[in-house]
Design a binder for this molecule. Structure first.
Ligand code: NAD
Ligand code: 6OD
Length: 486
């Protein structure tokens, strides 16, 4: 059994609420531990610790000392790589091969990259002419924003939490993290790392719990929180933005997606199939950037669907530690029920099920896990709910198109605006189309290729703001302009 405790002011604690909830394995459905639920007293204690730490040794550190400490955090995560890997796999059930290549290395890298960013990104300087001819010099100074609330999701728990905590700490802030109730373990474990490398008490705090009437809502409503950075569903983001409006607290919102893949007839077919397989099914389809709508130019449509189906039917669902496993389960039985409801809806809306569409037969102790079959549909009208709403599972619908203008219109006909993946060997077309899709990130002949110096975020219902590189500094610091009359 692995229990999750809060981490407040450098100490692990059960808190005072006396409330716990069970953590279940998505692989087998069995209980793997309990999670201590934080309510207002735990959140108050964590925010007070974070506030106090701003004035302690952390606040007095030089940038060189602070960034060296973040390098040490990354090195310690890597030294304890297997502990983080085991914890992430226990919570999520994702294949070890995936978590060891994506989740844990990125969890560590997020600290180093943003330590480098704060050291290397300059602020602006302007010389202003004045009537007396002497002029004035303006220059910007960045200061930490203060106490940052980090609300994170379950799909890439360590990666997406450190994507916020890394830059927040690099900029000199302190944080209170509320990880997803589904995946508390790697966030809790990070407390040990912070203590090992000597990060001062109160700089990194963790309170577990749910959203409404629980740690999430108490944290985002807390008046002593200066900024809220959130990753999760759009409707949760809407609630948090309302909470942040009181006291005009700053928000960074990374929310849902309904991303289009666009495959032109001149694409390298092998690359387009391989990329679409990853973008539709990696992490069992639980990636916000994943492709749930695939548009394929009509001359290659039948061939593309046949090849995608053949490869999908080669995917192996299985235990995280089995080296042959390509796909794990969904995060929970609750999420399984949601994905299955979309599989039913797709049929009701008139879809042709090319492959999948239900629960697979899983042997032995896997029978009670949150498994679903990777699924491909065709034949739905663009107005179908399955084409409009985010499913967040291993599913995609494939639609034929005839012209560039038509596919751009279809790709943009969504409330979301997170990502797209365009497959073509025609360079001009690639640039032309990429610039016309209303998204935060447009990949050409790739997917989830990340350069952490670049802007990341979404348009429309996919979010507010951008993080990554200098954009993270924009959110995690306050910029003061100093104007010196010469
Ligand atoms: P979710 O919105 O259900 O939960 C996210 C976090 O918010 C959890 O920690 C949850 O406890 C907390 N929360 C819920 N209600 C709250 C409230 N009222 N107040 C404060 N906190 C609250 O999302 P999820 O199911 O964990 O994650 C899946 C969703 O996240 C998908 O929609 C996916 O697209 C999105 N996502 C987006 C990105 C991105 O970068 N844009 C990345 C990953 C996931
Ligand atoms: O790679 C990242 O930095 C990032 N934020 C990825 C988001 C993935 C969504 O599930």
């Amino acid at each position: 059994m692995t229990d999750a405790l809060h981490f407040i002011n450098g100490e692990y604690t059960k808190g005072t609420s006396g409330r716990t909830f069970d953590n279940f394995s998505p692989v087998t459905g069995e209980k793997i531990g309990v999670v201590h639920e934080g309510l207002k007293p735990e959140v108050d204690a964590a925010v007070a610790a974070a506030r106090a730490a701003l004035k302690g040794p952390w606040g007095r550190m030089t940038m060189a000392e602070r960034t060296a400490m973040l390098y040490a955090v990354a090195d310690e995560i890597n030294r304890r790589f297997d502990d983080f890997l085991d914890a992430e796999i226990l919570d999520t059930g994702k294949p070890r091969s995936l978590a060891s290549h994506v989740d844990i290395p990125r969890g560590a890298a997020n600290f180093k990259v943003f330590a480098d960013t704060v050291k290397n990104v300059p602020t602006e300087t302007f010389h202003l002419d004045t009537p007396d001819g002497a002029g004035a010099l303006n220059y910007g100074v960045r200061k930490p924003k203060g106490v940052i609330a980090v609300i994170s999701p379950w799909n890439l728990p360590l990666l997406l939490m450190t994507w916020k905590v890394g830059p927040a700490l690099a900029c000199g802030n302190t944080v209170v993290v509320k990880p997803s109730e589904e995946t508390p373990l790697t966030t809790a474990l990070l407390g040990e790392v912070m203590n090992t490398v000597g990060v001062p008490k109160g700089v990194f705090n963790v309170v577990h719990g749910f959203g409404p009437d629980s740690a999430g809502a108490f944290l985002t409503a807390h008046p002593d929180v200066d900024g809220i950075t959130f990753t999760g569903e759009t409707r949760t983001g809407e609630i948090i933005v309302q909470s942040a409006a009181i006291g005009l607290r700053h928000v960074s919102m990374e929310c849902g997606g309904k991303n289009a893949g666009i495959v032109f007839a001149d694409a390298d077919m092998d690359k387009a199939i391989e990329g679409t397989m990853r973008s539709a099914f990696a992490n069992c389809g639980q990636v916000c950037l994943g492709t749930e709508r695939v548009y394929v130019e009509r001359p290659i449509f039948d061939d593309f669907v046949a090849r995608l189906k053949a490869q999908t039917e080669q995917l192996i669902l299985g235990k995280p530690d089995d080296p042959d496993t390509s796909l794990g389960p969904l995060i929970s039985k609750e999420h399984q029920a949601k994905v299955l409801s979309y599989m039913k809806l797709a049929v009701e809306e008139g879809a042709t099920v090319v492959t999948g569409g239900g629960i697979p037969d899983m042997p032995g102790d896997l029978a009670n896990g949150a498994w679903v079959q990777p699924t491909i549909w065709t034949g739905l009208p663009e107005t179908a709910r399955v084409i409009k709403e985010e499913v967040f599972g291993p599913v995609c619908h494939v639609t034929p198109f005839d012209t560039e203008a038509e596919v751009i219109a279809m790709a943009n006909d969504t409330n979301y605006g997170l990502a797209t993946a365009i497959w073509t060997e025609n360079l001009s077309k690639a640039h032309r189309v990429a610039a016309q899709i209303d998204v935060g990130i447009a990949w050409v002949n790739s997917w989830f290729l990340r350069d952490l110096r670049t802007a990341f975020g979404g348009t429309k219902h996919s979010g507010i703001g951008r993080e990554g590189g200098v954009h993270s500094l924009e959110f995690y610091t306050e910029l003061t302009n100093i104007c010196v009359k010469l």
